[in-house]
Every structure is written in C-alpha cells, then in structure tokens.
Design a protein around this ligand. Structure first.
Ligand code: ASP
Ligand code: MG
Length: 468
C-alpha cells in the first residue's frame, strides 16, 4: 500500500467547483492504486473572517461579530447544498454545520460580554473553519464516489498548550494516527481531516500557527511514514522567482528541503517552513502541486539536492522591511551589549530578519511595523539609532553556491548599478542575502534572473515552458 498524504489549501476548497476538482484529484490517486489521507484548510478567507469576528466580539461589537458568523454559516450551508444531493447525508451535514455555528455564536456572545480575547479562545474560534470545511469535503467525496471518512484532527494531532503556535508531540501523534487512522486506511477508507487545528493532551483546542495546514500534512505523513506528501495549492510549484516581477520565471522541478526552507520564509506562499521538518526526518519527499493545473508536475522537494548546473535555484524578495542602525562606541571591547539590544526586540516581540555587525555598530532588519518607533526610542537609551523604511531583502538560494569561487562577484556584478545597503552571507551555506531600496527591488530581481537563468539546467528547471 503506498500511502500519500494530500493537503489542499483554502483555494482548493473555496467553493463547490474547487471541492469538485479536489475530489477528482483524489480519485485520480486512488485509480493509480494509492491510499490517500486528505488534509484540508478552511475555505479560502474563512480563517481571516473568524479572526475578525473574534476581534469584533472582544471589542464589544456583538452584532458585527454575529453578522460575520452568519455570513460564514450561509456560505458553508450553500456549499454543502450544492455538493451533496443525497437527502439524508445533506440533512446530517447541515445539522453538523448549524451545530458548529450555533456553538461559535455562543462563544462570540460570551466574548462580547467578557471583552478579553485570549490565545486559547482565539484558537477555539478559528478552529471552526477547518472543522466545518473538512466535514463538508468528506461528505462531498462520498457523494462523488470516494469512500471517505471524516476524522476530527483534534483527536490525532496532539500538541503542547502554547495556543496559536502549539508545538506538536510526534510520539503521541504517531500513537493516535495508528489508533484512529490505520483501521480506516486498512478498510480502504480515505480519512479527511482539517489541517491547522489540534488539541493538547487534555483535549483543549490548539492551532499550529497561521498557514499551519501544511504542517499538519507533514506531521501525518511522518506519523504514518507516507511514501510522499502532496501539498496542493494554486501555483505550479516553486518558481525561480516571482513571475509577476519576472515573466521569464521558470518552475523549479526539484529542490532540496534545505533550499525550500530558506525560500519558505519569504512567503513563497507555497509552503510553511516547519512543514519540512517532519518530512525531512523520515526522508519523505514533498510535492508542491497546482489543483487548478493538476497535470503539471509541480516541484519535488527531496532531502538531498540533485546536482544542478546553475548555482542558484531561486531568487526571493521580501519588501516592506526597515533597517535599524545602532551605533555605539560603548560596544567596543565589551560583552553583553548585543544581548541588551536583542532584549529590546524581544520585549516588543519583534522578529529580526538579518543582522550585520561591525566593532561599533549593528544593523538589523525587521518587518516595518507600528512598534518601530517605540523600539527605536528604547534603543536610543543605549546608542545612537537611525531607522530607514522601504527596504527590500533579496535572497538568492542554491545548494551549489557552497564552496564555489566568485559567486559574490557574479551576484554583485549583475546588480552593479544598484546601491546595496547591507549584506549577509554565511549564516546558511546555501543563501546569499542583501538589502536594497524597495524601489530598486524589481529591477534587481530581473537583472539577477537574467544573469543566472539564461541557460537553465533542464534537469532542474522546466525549460519547456520557456520554449513555448
Ligand atoms: N486556515 C489556516 C490559515 O489560513 C491554516 C492554513 O490554511 O494553512 O492560516
Ligand atoms: Mg496555506
């Protein structure tokens, strides 16, 4: 039995047509003799709307919160009614949906009275998205001839109690997967589960963090030692760069886990970085595939990068960053100074992307956000501080830059007409990153892409697409 965990994102279950395409993809795998385990996200945008309802309720806007919930209820009911024709099945599905939204409304009313949104309540509220989407998908699958069984992920994915970013407990997940999923699988059933949601050992609902459905898929793949994990999304796979910036961008056919992890951080929007870990540990390949273009081979992510004639696999860009320069002669020959600086970022829970230091100064980059002026004011007590917004980070990723001579020269030669504000290389052997002005970002990406992907290795990149 070759088991495949198939994860479908929000756009792959956003409406009846998308769910129909998803069912056809799963049926196609079954026809090939594979045993799928299906993980789905909430329907597109539902998680955001649930968070908005939670925010409204916690600010006392009970009516606004309940209005969001009622629109969501209608959307789920409508989707169910289009997909499920069997009267008895539809009735039980609608009952399920109503029951869930009744209890969501109760939580929202309570929240509007208490006016305090804790991470635990937030997790409970967002969980309704995946709880209902997975149930609808399971019924739709049955209607379309797939022997599907809905499983509540919270019975299988066990985490600690750090709400909103709970840490999975692999040994417990393996045990639960064996107990709850294997019997179904052995009977030829297709378990259908919600991603992202989980529970702690006491059964209290937790979540794995935004975008966490990929992570759920990988955890299940790991727990069941699947043959592969398929992440079905709405793009053809990992690209050599953002095609909106550079129409010449090519699909990357194969990439290593390590390279994909570097890119994931840039919100390449295809993968949650942590997805990679449970799969890497068990050497399970992850495929990124497009549910709107299912015959495209996508991107295969494997533990070792196959040899590639091009030094880089992909060029990522992240905008809306700021650089903070902290200059203090006090830093000279002392210790503990860096930790004082970082303690301030920690206090404001502000993640730092890139760091570069000299004897007397530190440059750091952060996402531009409202906390920056407060952070700068506090850093100002330690040193002279300057911050500049509208910066972009360009990150060149490739396994073949390890130990290659002249890579930096080639990269900076390609963008010699652009002013580089900050450089980082060495933190990872497979990426080279630098900061430039946001206004130069697109030009830099196009120049770099032209320099490094002129003659792409056909074993690694989909050059056929360019020929057409
Ligand atoms: N629905 C969740 C989110 O939007 C999880 C996911 O889709 O991966 O973050
Ligand atoms: Mg996602």
């Amino acid at each position: 039995m070759s088991l495949v965990v198939m994860k479908f994102g929000g756009t792959s279950v956003e409406d009846p047509a998308a769910i129909g395409r998803t069912a056809a993809i799963v049926a196609g795998r079954i026809a090939l003799g594979r045993q799928p385990v299906v993980v789905v996200s909430a329907m597109a945008k539902v998680t955001d709307q649930l968070l908005r309802a939670a925010a409204a309720a916690s600010q006392g806007d009970r009516t606004g919160a309940l209005a969001i919930s009622s629109r969501l209820r209608a959307r789920h009911r409508d989707t169910a009614s289009v997909l499920v024709k069997n009267a008895a099945e539809l009735a039980s599905l609608i009952d399920f949906i109503d029951e869930k939204f009744d209890s969501l409304d109760e939580v929202l009313r309570g929240l509007a009275a208490i006016l305090e949104l804790t991470p635990r309540i937030s997790d409970l509220i967002v969980s309704y998205g995946e709880r209902t989407s997975s149930r609808i998908v399971a019924s739709a699958f049955c209607e379309l001839g797939i022997n599907a069984a809905h499983v509540d992920s919270r019975d299988v994915i066990i985490t600690d109690s750090q709400f909103q970013k709970a840490v999975p407990q692999p040994a417990l997940i393996e045990k639960r997967a064996t107990e709850k999923l294997l019997p179904l699988i052995n009977q030829g059933q297709v378990p259908v589960m919600g991603g992202f949601i989980a529970s702690n050992e006491a059964g209290i609902t937790t979540t794995l963090g935004r975008g966490g459905s990929d992570f759920s898929g990988a955890l299940l793949g790991g727990a069941l030692t699947a043959e592969s994990i398929e992440i079905w999304t709405d793009v053809d796979g990992i690209m050599t760069t953002d095609p909106r910036i550079c129409p010449d961008a090519l699909r990357v056919k194969t990439i290593s886990f390590e390279e994909a992890a570097e890119l994931a951080y840039f919100g390449a929007k295809v993968l949650h970085p942590a997805t990679i870990l449970p799969a890497v540990k068990k050497n399970i390949p992850v495929l990124v595939l497009n549910s709107r273009n299912p015959t495209c081979e996508g991107t295969r992510i494997t533990s070792l990068a196959p040899p590639c004639k091009s030094p880089f696999k992909s060029i990522a860009v992240k905008k809306r960053l700021s650089i903070i320069d902290v200059v203090a002669s006090r830093m000279l020959m002392t210790h503990g100074y860096l930790s004082e600086v970082f303690a301030i970022f920690d206090k404001y829970q502000c993640p730092v992307d890139m760091v570069s230091t000299s004897e007397v100064s530190i440059s750091l980059t952060v996402d531009s956000n409202e906390k920056l002026s407060a952070i700068s004011a506090e850093l100002g007590q330690l040193a002279d501080v300057k911050y500049e917004g509208r910066k972009a980070l360009i990150c060149m990723v490739g396994d073949d830059i390890r130990g290659k001579n002249g890579m930096a020269a080639q990269v900076f030669n390609a963008i010699r007409h652009i002013n580089v504000r900050m450089i980082s290389q060495g933190a990872s052997e497979i990426n080279m990153s630098f900061m430039i002005d946001e206004d130069d970002a697109e030009e830099a990406v196009r120049s770099l892409h032209a320099a490094f992907f002129q003659n792409p290795d056909p074993a690694i990149f989909d050059v056929e697409a360019r020929k057409k």
